[in-house]
Design a protein around this ligand. Structure first.
Ligand SMILES: [Zn+2]
Ligand SMILES: [Zn+2]
Length: 189
């Protein structure tokens, strides 16, 4: 079955395989083409790209009564896929965590860190470092980790290189810091 899923996915049109929220912001034909419900013209263009080995295998596994029912099987899967990959990123106010996203301590007050610092928003847009919708993404960090992040890189470097928690955590100095500070239990006064 894994083979079939791969076979179907790789035969999809390229703009459907790489569909994303960012893509539909930049190409106004995409939301129409891959809307919900899927327009019949789109479905037709997808079906002609799927090799006949796919319905043949599905029939042999008794998962499909006949080749003409292939759309009924594919439509819900494709609709699901499209709505997942094109949904907008959550608003920062709804991403609040209960723990610091670097040291994972959950008993200390959190601050929010603009992953793309506000002071360089205009520059980031002008230079094409980021698209507008990404500018307000934030990480929830304890004060110690927040200060640490601003020590390891200046605003421009943060915006260009370290604009997600995942990226920050790829740095060895951040990993070492997280291990160290994560063990520190500050006494409440
Ligand atoms: Zn922390
Ligand atoms: Zn910050």
């Amino acid at each position: 079955m894994q083979y079939l899923a791969t076979e179907i996915f790789t035969s999809l049109p390229a703009n459907l395989r790489i569909l994303s929220y960012s893509a539909i912001q930049n190409d106004t034909s995409l939301p129409w083409k891959y809307g919900d419900p899927l327009p019949p013209a789109t479905m037709d263009s997808i079906l002609i790209t799927i090799p006949s080995s796919v319905p043949d295998s599905l029939i042999s596994y008794a998962l499909l009564p006949d080749p003409t029912s292939l759309p009924n099987l594919l439509i819900p899967v494709l609709t699901d896929y499209i709505s997942t990959v094109t949904s907008p990123p959550p608003l920062w106010s709804t991403t609040r965590t209960t723990h610091c996203e670097i040291c994972l301590r959950d008993w200390i007050p959190l601050t929010y860190h603009h992953l793309i610092p506000k002071k360089v928003h205009a520059k980031a847009l002008k230079r094409g470092w980021h698209e507008e919708w990404r500018l307000n993404s934030v990480a929830w960090l304890c004060r110690a980790c927040h200060n640490f992040v601003h020590r390891v890189a200046g605003n421009e470097e943060l915006a260009k290189e370290w604009w997600s928690v995942e990226r920050l955590l790829e740095r060895e100095d951040v990993q070492g810091w997280a291990r160290w500070v994560g063990r520190v239990r500050w006494k409440k006064r």
